[in-house]
Design a protein around this ligand. Structure first.
Ligand code: UTP
Length: 302
């Protein structure tokens, strides 16, 4: 049974500046819902209600989002807006959420190390706070299923385009089934020409508490940060790791292009927007096609 999850959410979000200068990227909205609420919902849908969020400077709005807002609730009750009132109550009661601050940003590995007192006796899930995975079965549940079968550290993987391998931790291994791989090697952000595969780590993990000992031995790596992937190398040698090929679509909200695509794709899935929004998209594409036909060389830049 996996009962705890850790959500690292302390990072600077430099890829999404200037928006992230004073706002956490984990609060970037998909229409009206912050990214991290989707991540917390994935935990809850996977049976996990004890969640530790690794927070940091400038991240107070994450705490406020999951807290009670008495004034707002009173106002909604006065307005007899039952739907929104119930929605707000749902957010504040979603899970048992704890916070710890990562005072210096020393990387994802260091962020996870901050969970050692909370998770030292049992395996736990890790979900990156800026990554949403749209799937039928929550991806954390998919990893829990693998953990229950193999009893080892599990990492979520997906195939990515070869030109993007240098953005990810890349894995190599032998197939145990169509969906599970026994890992042989892990490389953090390899150059395209040195990458042994295009199977990338997808922002979800089930880690055993041995990760904390591994992190203690991990020197600073890429970007002078403590990399989780480097610590996983130690675990790979000591106790083995399996990777689960996820069924779902991953969106890295810390990346501007993914943010745009997420907004469009998830808006098309929302009942109240889908019809009108689809019509708008079709009209927009038709307009673009028309303009291209009339003026093939002209490019628009805002
Ligand atoms: P990223 O590497 O995408 O976050 O980490 P970042 O450093 O904020 O990104 P850029 O490159 O500057 O845009 C993935 C997750 O891990 C958290 C981030 O908040 C994000 O949710 N993280 C990262 C931490 O909690 N602490 C860190 O030191 C680094």
């Amino acid at each position: 049974m996996i009962k705890k999850a850790v959500i690292p959410a302390a990072g600077l979000g430099t890829r999404f500046l200037p928006q992230t200068k004073a706002q956490p990227k984990e609060m970037l909205p998909i229409i009206d819902t912050p990214t991290i609420q989707y991540v917390v919902q994935e935990c809850v849908d996977s049976g996990i209600e004890d969640i530790l969020i690794i927070s940091g400077k400038g991240k107070r709005s994450i705490e406020d989002h999951f807290d009670k807002n008495f004034e707002l609730e009173t106002r909604l009750q006065e307005k007899k807006d039952e739907v929104l009132y119930t929605h707000l109550k749902h957010i504040e009661n979603m899970a048992n959420i704890h916070f710890i601050r990562q005072k210096e940003l020393n990387g994802l590995g260091d962020a996870i190390y901050h969970a050692r007192f909370h998770c030292e006796h049992e395996p736990f899930a890790v979900l990156l706070g800026d990554t949403i995975i749209d799937s039928v079965i929550p991806v954390t549940q998919q990893l829990i299923d693998s953990y229950e079968q193999y009893g080892q550290t599990v990492i979520a993987v997906e195939t990515v385009p070869w030109e993007n391998v240098s953005r990810y931790g890349i894995t190599v291994g032998d197939n145990l089934s169509t969906k599970v791989i026994r890992l042989k090697e892990l490389i953090e952000k390899p150059d395209r020409k040195n990458a042994p595969s295009n199977m990338a780590i997808a922002g979800r993990y089930i880690l055993t508490p041995q990760i904390f000992r591994a992190l203690e031995k991990t020197p600073r790596g890429k970007g002078n940060e403590i990399q989780l992937t480097d610590a996983l190398q130690f675990l790979l040698k000591e106790e083995g790791i399996v990777a689960t090929l996820i069924e779902g679509k991953r969106y890295d909200m810390g990346n501007k292009m993914d943010f745009l695509k997420t907004t469009v794709e998830l808006a098309l899935k929302r009942k109240e927007f889908s019809e009108e929004f689809e019509e708008f998209l079709r009209e927009t594409i038709a307009k673009i096609d028309e303009e291209r036909k009339n003026n093939p060389v002209k490019q628009k830049n805002f």
